[in-house]
Design a protein around this ligand. Structure first.
Ligand SMILES: Nc1ncnc2c1ncn2[C@@H]1O[C@H](COP(=O)(O)OP(=O)(O)OP(=O)(O)O)[C@@H](O)[C@H]1O
Ligand SMILES: [Mg+2]
Length: 241
């Protein structure tokens, strides 16, 4: 298993190497989450995890790419107003973004940026505010999801970890569904349980859990794909629709 360290490096593998095995794993994730079904129940989806550095930002960026590659009109919204990374992953500027839409009431079309991936726009975080939780817990943030749904098929929301700050729980209650990312072998069961309880209390609809960095056994050898595994989750499971 690759070790987590504090230096961040990102590869948008689904865009750069669509034929790689890992890219195939992201497409499987897209299918397992029910994104190929016509009558889509979940259009705004938050990815979060119990703790920092579980791979949320990288997972949601690649998920956004494979959704766009399937022909859906997708916007990736960086609501991690503490450690925003999506503009770095997509190598775009971050002068204006979510915080400008919310605080200066700018039009989405003025702020959303085209990415190198067709059908995929990015709403980066914008300038980091002093009071992220307060900004996210506002009428203008709740209204933002409706505004985005008028223009996009899917709204994928990157957020901070659940257990660190209130932001993720606030966002979880506003979107259609939440996916929890766990770093296989690192995320502790008690932290995962605590995150799940906190999200449920916030009114979240937990639709799935993604295990990042699973080791897959093949022909008696272990291959570490850096792959993803999806578990359907309870009644809210996208697979059970
Ligand atoms: N499956 C993977 N294989 C290898 N490296 C990975 C994998 N997933 C994530 N990483 C690496 O781990 C680091 C942290 O990933 P990322 O920034 O996506 O985590 P995060 O959960 O969004 O962090 P934060 O809580 O700070 O927002 C990055 O360097 C990323 O490239
Ligand atoms: Mg992140």
């Amino acid at each position: 298993m690759a070790k987590k360290n504090s230096k961040r490096e990102y590869e948008l593998i689904t865009h750069e190497r669509p034929k790689a095995l890992v890219s195939e794993a992201y497409r499987t994730l897209r299918t397992n989450l029910g994104f190929t079904e016509i009558d889509q129940k979940y259009r705004s989806i938050l990815l979060s995890s119990p703790n920092p550095m579980d791979g949320k930002s990288m997972t949601i960026a690649n998920l956004a790419v494979v959704l766009a590659q399937a022909g859906h009109k997708v916007i990736l919204v960086d609501c991690d107003l503490r450690k925003p990374m999506q503009h770095e992953i997509f190598k775009l500027p971050n002068q204006r973004g979510v915080t400008n839409c919310l605080m200066q009431n700018l039009e989405i079309a003025e702020v959303a940026q085209a990415t190198a991936v067709e059908n995929l726009n990015l709403l980066s975080s914008g300038p980091i505010p002093p009071n992220p939780a307060e900004i996210l817990n506002s009428e203008s943030t709740r209204a933002l999801w409706g505004r985005l749904q008028e223009e996009y098929d899917y709204i994928l929301v990157d957020g901070p970890p659940v257990l660190a700050v209130a932001d993720a729980s606030i966002l979880a209650g506003q979107v259609d569904g939440v996916i929890l990312v766990l770093w296989s072998g690192h995320s502790r069961i008690d932290a995962a349980r605590q995150a799940k309880e906190q999200l449920s209390r916030a009114g979240a609809n937990l639709i799935g859990v993604v295990l990042n960095q699973v080791e897959v056994k093949r022909n008696n050898y272990y291959y570490n794909y850096g792959s993803y595994y999806y578990y359907g989750y309870g009644e809210g499971s996208a697979r059970k629709k």
